[in-house]
Design a protein around this ligand. Structure first.
Ligand SMILES: C[S@@+](CC[C@H](N)C(=O)[O-])C[C@H]1O[C@@H](n2cnc3c(N)ncnc32)[C@H](O)[C@@H]1O
Length: 407
C-alpha cells in the first residue's frame, strides 16, 4: 500500500517516504538553563549502491577455478580452516565442493541478499568527525559488518580521497558520489573492525569485519592506514584513543616498549597471557625482589624470557597463527606492534607482488618453490602477503610450502 508523497511527487510506500526524512527530524528543544540540543545536519546526498559499479572494462583478478585449486573442504567450510577463506577468496561453485548452506565462506554473497542490512545505522557523531556508522546490536568478533561499495575507477581519476579504498592494478573503490553505509565508517587508531580486500567470483571486493565483539550503539571504526591508499590530506584525528597518532592517515603510535621481564610475564607458557609467576613448565618465572638471590633470579628470568620469546616466535609462525592473523589483517610472523613498522612490510609486499604476478610460475609449483628458496622468504609470510594482495594461488603455495625451509 502506498501514500501520496508530496516531496517525491509520487505514490510511494509509507516506510520508504519516512526513511527518506529520518535524518531531517529536528533535535528536541532544550529546557531553559540547559545547553541547546546539538544541531544535526542533513545527511549529504549520495547515491545508494548495493554492489560495486564498474563504468568501463577494468582488469580484475582471474576467476578462481578448479584448475587453480579448490578449497578442499568436505562436508562444510569453516572460515578458520577453509583454504579459500584463509587466502581471502570467497567460495563459489567453481572453487568449493561444499553445499552453499554448509559453507561459511559466502559472506559477500549473503550480504548482497540483505542478510546484514540490520546490523548498523548511520548516525551523527558530532562536528569533529561528522556522520559515522554504529552497531544496532551486538556484533560478534570476526563477523561481516558491511561491504565497502562504490564506483570502480582508476586511481589517477580520484580527486577526493576521503571515501576511497585502493585496489591492485591502480584501481580504487570510490564511494564519494555513490556507495553504501560503509562509506560513513570513521577512522580510529584503535579500531573495532578491519577492512579486508577479498576476491569474490574473480572480482576484488572490500569487506569490513569485526576485529572484536562490538556492543550495540558502539561506533564502528577501522584504521584508514590499511587499504585507504595515499592521500595528501592529513586531517587531525579525533578518535579519542590513547594510542591516537593525531592524524587520521597515519598508523597509531606504538604502545610503550615492554621490558624483558614484563614481556616474559606476558608470554609465560608461550601464550599471550597476563598471568605472572606461573608455577611448573619451562616458562616459569621467579617472584620479583631486591636481594642478591632475586637479582640472580632476574638474570635467570631474562634468559628464560629470551627462551620464552624464541618459543613464542616459533609459535607465531605456525599455520593456525597464520590463519588467525590473516583474518584480522596482521601480516604473518609479526606482532601487533610490529605490524605498524610499515617499511619492512612494504618491502615484503613489493617483493610478493612481483613474485606472484610472474606468469612463469603460475602453473608451475616447482618454479614457485625454487623462487621461494632463492628469496629465503620466511615461511608463512608469502601466504599473508598473497592474501593482502588479494591473489589466489592455493595449489602453487601449497606445493611451495613443501620446500625444506618451510617444514
Ligand atoms: C569516509 S569519510 C567518513 C564519514 C564522514 N565522517 C562523513 O560524515 O561523511 C572520511 C572522513 O571523515 C572524517 N573522519 C573520519 N574519521 C575521523 C577521525 N577519527 N577524526 C576526525 N575526522 C574523521 C574525515 O573528514 C575523513 O576525511
Amino acid at each position: 500500500m502506498g501514500i501520496w508523497c508530496k516531496k517525491q511527487g509520487a505514490c510511494r510506500p509509507f516506510a520508504a517516504c519516512i526513511k527518506k526524512r529520518l535524518h531531517k527530524r529536528r533535535p528536541p528543544l532544550s529546557r531553559p538553563g540547559e545547553d541547546p540540543a546539538p544541531e544535526v545536519p542533513d545527511l549529504p546526498p549520495y547515491e545508494r549502491l548495493w554492489h560495486n559499479r564498474c563504468r568501463r572494462e577494468v582488469l580484475l583478478a582471474p576467476e578462481p577455478s578448479q584448475s587453480l585449486g579448490a578449497c578442499a573442504c568436505t562436508g562444510c567450510c569453516k572460515l578458520e580452516s577453509c583454504l579459500n577463506a584463509v587466502m581471502l577468496v570467497e567460495c563459489g561453485p567453481h572453487c568449493c565442493g561444499v553445499e552453499e548452506a554448509e559453507c561459511e565462506n559466502r559472506q559477500f554473497s549473503r550480504a548482497q541478499l540483505g542478510d546484514y542490512e540490520d546490523l548498523a545505522e548511520v548516525f551523527w557523531t558530532g562536528p569533529l568527525k561528522g556522520f559515522g556508522l554504529r552497531a544496532r546490536r551486538t556484533i560478534p568478533n570476526g563477523h561481516f559488518v558491511a561491504e565497502y561499495v562504490g564506483d570502480i575507477v582508476s586511481q589517477e581519476r580520484i580527486s577526493n580521497w576521503q571515501y576511497v579504498m585502493s585496489l591492485p592494478h591502480g584501481l580504487a573503490i570510490d564511494a564519494s558520489k555513490a556507495g553504501g553505509p560503509a562509506r560513513f565508517i570513521n577512522h580510529s587508531c584503535e579500531p573495532n573492525c578491519v577492512a579486508q580486500r577479498w576476491q569474490v567470483a574473480g572480482r576484488y571486493r572490500v569487506g569490513v569485519f569485526a576485529a572484536r565483539e562490538i556492543q550495540a550503539e558502539e561506533e564502528i571504526t577501522f584504521s584508514y592506514s590499511n587499504l585507504r591508499g595515499q592521500s595528501s590530506s592529513s586531517d587531525a584525528c579525533h578518535c579519542g584513543s590513547p594510542l591516537c597518532s593525531g592524524r587520521i592517515w597515519q598508523p597509531p603510535r606504538k604502545a610503550p616498549k615492554k621490558t624483558a621481564k614484563v614481556k616474559a610475564a606476558d608470554t609465560a607458557s608461550c601464550k599471550p597471557t597476563k598471568k605472572r609467576r606461573q608455577r611448573g613448565g619451562t616458562c616459569d618465572l621467579a617472584p620479583p625482589g631486591n636481594s642478591k638471590a632475586s637479582e640472580a633470579a632476574d638474570v635467570e628470568n631474562d634468559a628464560e624470557a629470551q627462551q620464552v620469546e624464541d618459543c613464542n616466535q616459533e609459535a607465531t609462525s605456525r599455520i593456525a597463527e597464520d590463519v588467525r592473523q590473516a583474518q584480522v589483517g596482521i601480516p604473518v610472523g609479526k606482532t601487533v606492534e610490529a605490524h605498524w613498522e610499515q617499511h619492512d612490510w612494504e618491502l615484503s609486499e613489493k617483493f610478493c607482488e612481483a613474485f606472484f604476478s610472474n606468469a612463469a610460475w603460475q602453473n608451475s609449483p616447482k618454479e614457485a618453490r625454487q623462487m621461494l628458496e632463492q628469496q629465503q622468504l620466511p615461511c608463512g609470510r608469502e601466504l599473508a602477503a598473497a592474501s593482502a594482495l588479494g591473489l589466489y594461488l592455493p595449489s602453487a603455495l601449497l606445493s611451495a610450502r613443501e620446500s625444506p625451509q618451510c617444514r
